[in-house]
Design a protein around this ligand. Structure first.
Ligand code: FMN
Length: 243
């Protein structure tokens, strides 16, 4: 990913989208999540994989979520995986500390994707690192504070979380709870994995093979999360018109 989108350009892009009255970025959601920013036609569900290892188990888990989301209504739902693995996202920039010499900042490019007015749902996934999200995930979420500062630009969008651990109960629920807490600070509407698993998000186990498909229960939670995010996002932003 290049660094061609400047920070100024990104902030400008947010302003343009909000000013245009597009469905996803209508500044705040005065109805408190009751549907004042419904759009027409297609919606987009974005999944963000926050492992430093490109295409590994977190990205696999997010892909499972996105496939399940797409399957809810293939005609009206687009999906996109954003894999942060190869990107540089310096956390300190959020504190208005200038980018240090020799450092690269890829966050504006990521933020521009999230600022797409069609984005109706965002799923954030992280590996469990010592019972917590990765530093990359925290840096990403800290930098997303820009949306909150920009009149809560993510308000009313549907959010969900996923975690992958190296053991079955290695802290996945701690991680998804912490991510969900951050998404709530944006006034996002948080959903968990839908029924029948129906808890707080997707909890996957990497049994050491780096192949998440063997974790039957975890895969079910990922599918149920993707489906749930899509169902709620569709109902909120692009409800089917009665015939
Ligand atoms: C520094 C570090 C700390 C880890 N801590 C935990 C942990 O607390 N609990 C756990 O279940 N797995 C832990 N793991 C294992 C990873 O969560 C697991 O391998 C995961 O599948 C990695 O995601 P990825 O394949 O997307 O990189 C840790 C791995 C690393 C490198």
């Amino acid at each position: 990913m290049n660094t061609s989108i400047s920070r100024r350009g990104f902030v400008g892009a947010l302003g343009v989208a909000a000013g245009a009255g597009l469905p996803g970025l209508a500044a705040t959601d005065p109805a408190g999540g009751k549907g004042t920013i419904k759009g027409q036609g297609t919606i987009k569900i974005v999944g963000v994989a926050c492992s430093p290892r490109k295409g590994k188990t977190t990205a696999q888990g997010i892909s499972i979520c996105l496939e399940a989301a797409k399957a809810v209504d293939p005609q009206r739902i687009e999906t996109e995986l954003i894999d942060l693995a190869d990107l540089d996202i310096p956390a300190y920039v959020v504190a208005k500390v200038p980018l240090k010499p020799g450092h690269r900042d890829d966050f504006p490019d990521v933020a521009a994707k999230l600022a797409d007015a069609n984005v109706a749902g965002i799923i954030v996934g992280s590996p469990v690192y010592f019972g917590n999200m990765t530093a990359l995930c925290k840096a990403f979420l800290d930098r997303c504070g820009l949306f909150r500062a920009k009149q809560f630009a993510l308000s009313g969008k549907v959010g969900g979380s996923l975690a992958v651990g190296g053991v079955r109960n290695g802290g996945q629920e701690l991680v998804i709870q912490t991510i969900n807490n951050v998404l709530m600070c944006h006034e996002m509407l948080i959903v968990g994995d839908g029924r029948p698993t129906a808890h707080w998000g997707a909890t996957l186990w990497n049994n050491g093979t780096d192949d998440i498909s063997t974790d039957e229960f975890g895969v079910a939670t990922a599918k149920n999360l993707g489906r749930r995010v899509a169902e709620v996002a569709l109902a909120r932003f692009a409800p089917a018109t009665a015939s």
